[in-house]
Design a protein around this ligand. Structure first.
Ligand SMILES: NC(=O)c1ccc[n+]([C@@H]2O[C@H](COP(=O)([O-])OP(=O)(O)OC[C@H]3O[C@@H](n4cnc5c(N)ncnc54)[C@H](OP(=O)(O)O)[C@@H]3O)[C@@H](O)[C@H]2O)c1
Length: 275
């Protein structure tokens, strides 16, 4: 890996064990490279083992363990957390990054699709994170929980009803959890992406559960996953509570309106053409 003088990443995460879900593509994959470059040891999870193998190879092979996982499976979390910790003897940071988006109107969305989106984006991170807190408490240790949410966790836009609900739920839940675990020395970082150029729109679910299969203009204009990953890695190093990455002007204005003039935002969203 080549760094320009003065740009070499700091080594505050050197030797730390970081578990990333959704590490087979996009932000999670880029984060694996950014954290490995800082000397972190990685446990990488996702459903596609072939893609995880590619990521491990690109990380140089060493210091990277794979734990194939469907975060939406609803299986008991305790054995999964134990398996993740067994790779290097502990877990210092869990990055709940796995996620699936939506491209369908609410009334045209099968309830099973709503449940699947909630399971991946909300229940999965909840089960893994709370089990990890229990694991840390039993061992009188602590660490950091990172959750990759979305600007749509603060706004609610058309074609994203279940996705938006899952990300709003994540904000509420993990802000509450942060307050509860602060005295254990456990930190919670919420990462709020706007647009990052990844496969997220390809894998987004239509109302019948099929894949959207298209690179949406928002994602096409988004920032590079590597740039998002650098910001996230620095936020983990410095123990931040919340950061946003890849917010474009339109999303920034919408977020400002959500605070300052909600009726104006509601009107704009009723007329908005969303892809
Ligand atoms: N890109 C953006 O503009 C944007 C904007 C806002 C928020 N986000 C959030 O950023 C996070 C990362 O998304 P991305 O943009 O990097 O998209 P991506 O390239 O599609 O990555 C999504 C990752 O999640 C994994 N995943 C999906 N369902 C899973 C499941 N049930 N179990 C385990 N892993 C699962 C996928 O791996 P497998 O398919 O191999 O399981 C993949 O590694 C998501 O939470 C997303 O909501 C992204």
């Amino acid at each position: 890996m080549i760094y320009l003088t003065g740009m070499r990443p700091s080594k505050r995460l050197d030797g730390k064990v970081i578990w990333i879900t959704g590490a087979s593509s996009g932000i999670g994959e880029a984060l694996a490279y950014a954290l490995r470059a800082r000397g972190a040891r990685l446990v990488l999870s996702a459903r596609r083992l072939d893609r995880l193998n590619d990521v491990r190879e690109r990380c140089g092979g060493e210091g990277v363990s794979l734990l194939p996982l469907d975060v939406a499976s609803g299986e008991p979390a305790a054995p999964i957390v134990r398996a993740a910790a067994a790779a290097f003897g502990s877990i210092d940071v869990l990055v709940n990054n796995a996620g699936v988006s939506q491209r369908s109107r609410a009334v045209e969305t099968d309830p099973a699709v709503v449940r699947s989106i909630m399971s991946t984006n909300f229940f999965g991170p909840v089960w893994l994170s709370t089990e990890l807190v229990r694991y840390w408490r039993e061992r009188r240790s602590a660490g950091q929980i990172v959750v990759v949410t979305s600007a749509v966790g603060k706004l609610a836009t058309p074609l994203r009803s279940a996705y938006s609900a899952s990300k709003h739920a994540a904000h509420g839940y993990f802000n509450a959890l942060r307050a509860e675990v602060a005295r254990d020395g456990i930190g919670v970082l919420l990462v709020v992406p706007g647009y990052v150029r990844t496969e997220i729109s390809f894998a987004a679910l239509n109302g019948d559960g099929t894949r959207h299969g298209v690179l949406d203009p928002g994602q096409a204009r988004g920032i590079r996953p590597a740039d998002a990953a650098e910001r996230i890695a620095r936020a983990i190093e410095s123990g931040k509570k919340e950061i946003s990455v890849g917010l474009d002007v339109r999303t920034s204005v919408a977020l400002a309106l959500a605070w300052l003039a909600p009726p104006l935002l509601r009107k704009a969203l009723e007329r908005a053409r969303v892809t």
